[in-house]
Design a protein around this ligand. Structure first.
Ligand code: NAP
Length: 294
């Protein structure tokens, strides 16, 4: 059996088109122009690429994009002052501080300083707590994208055995909460889990968010299961050039799974699309408008 490939690139493009249509409606009906501020500290090349794509896709969706580039040497107090300024700016509905931050900065302190109403990354403890207690929240973008991709295969995740490999604050933990909200039966695996292949084999749906290239092998997958691969790992190819692979050994898993996300072109494109969704939701909530139907 060869799995159905879940085309994250196409699904993300459709989502961005729906966001753009909502933005046009808000501008025409409510004179509301959602705005996203992205703060980049230093010269990390991967972060710079992400920030450029975020700005481009924000503008393509018809939203305002505010780019703040700060030197690597910035002090904590100067960075906190910028966050305070963005919190107070009525044109800004979403604030994203690109991680990682340099050593002299206490990242958690900076994330905690973002107004939870504008916290489009969903990393503020208030939003994490709201998600965990089942109250509407701004939800981290990558896990949100994972759920949307899973729901292109399964109309309902209720009662499904879901295994999440990884328990980070930005992917694994919020994903667990979203799966519980979908009424899945959730198992969380991590670096101390015993017999991970056996745990993974139980899953109707596997989410791999580990950061280890091709760790999940084909014989870890239950035949017909759905596999959502969050991993982004740069490895050296046979030709000496580097390439990106996921946390799942795709060539093996595609022969066993029922449906699978590729890397690249799976979860990755959904992350920025969900950032746009969150910015739209934040703008509506701040203005007192109902949440957009997307
Ligand atoms: P992270 O903070 O490093 O967390 C990795 C998790 O994997 C931890 O919970 C760790 O367990 C667990 N783990 C490590 N080795 C393991 C092993 N051998 N067996 C089982 N579990 C193991 O990583 P992250 O930020 O969540 O990111 C995970 C992956 O997703 C990375 O490849 C990252 O690049 C990618 N990512 C992609 C997107 C996207 O847009 N597609 C966004 C974010 C991240 P412990 O807790 O026990 O240490």
């Amino acid at each position: 059996m060869t799995a159905r490939i879940i085309d994250g690139k196409a699904i993300a493009a459709e989502l961005r088109a729906r966001v753009a249509a909502e933005v046009r409606r808000l501008r025409a009906g409510h004179a509301l122009e959602p705005g996203l501020a992205v703060v980049l500290v230093g010269e990390n090349p991967a972060s710079a690429v992400y920030v450029r794509s975020k700005a481009k896709q924000t503008q393509e969706a018809g939203m305002r994009s505010f780019d703040h580039r700060l030197p690597e040497t910035i002090s904590q107090s100067d960075l906190l002052a910028l966050v305070a300024q963005l919190n107070a700016d009525p044109a800004v509905h979403g604030i994203l501080v690109q991680l990682p931050l340099p050593q002299q900065i206490d990242s958690q302190k900076v994330l905690n300083a973002v107004d939870p109403a504008k916290d489009v990354d969903g990393f503020h403890p208030v939003n994490a707590g709201r998600l965990a207690t089942g109250v509407p929240a701004l939800t981290p973008c990558t896990p949100l994208g994972c759920i949307m991709l899973a729901k292109t295969v399964h109309a309902s995740l209720a009662g499904m055995e879901a295994v999440v490999i990884g328990r980070s604050n930005i992917v694994g933990k919020p994903l667990i909460q979203l799966l519980l909200a979908e009424n899945a039966t959730v198992t969380v695996a991590h670096s101390k889990t015993r017999d991970l292949p056996a745990v993974t084999r139980r899953a109707d749906i596997v989410f791999a968010a580990v950061g280890k290239p091709e760790m999940v092998r084909g014989d870890w997958i239950q035949p017909g299961a759905t596999v959502i691969d969050v991993g982004i790992n740069r490895v050296a190819g046979a030709d000496g050039k580097s390439r990106i692979v996921g946390d799942v050994a795709f060539a093996e898993a595609v022969e066993v799974a029922g449906a699978i996300t590729p890397v690249p072109g799976g979860v990755g494109p959904m992350t920025i699309a969900c950032l746009l969704v969150n910015t739209l939701r934040a703008a509506c909530a701040i203005r007192g408008l109902p949440a957009p139907a997307l």
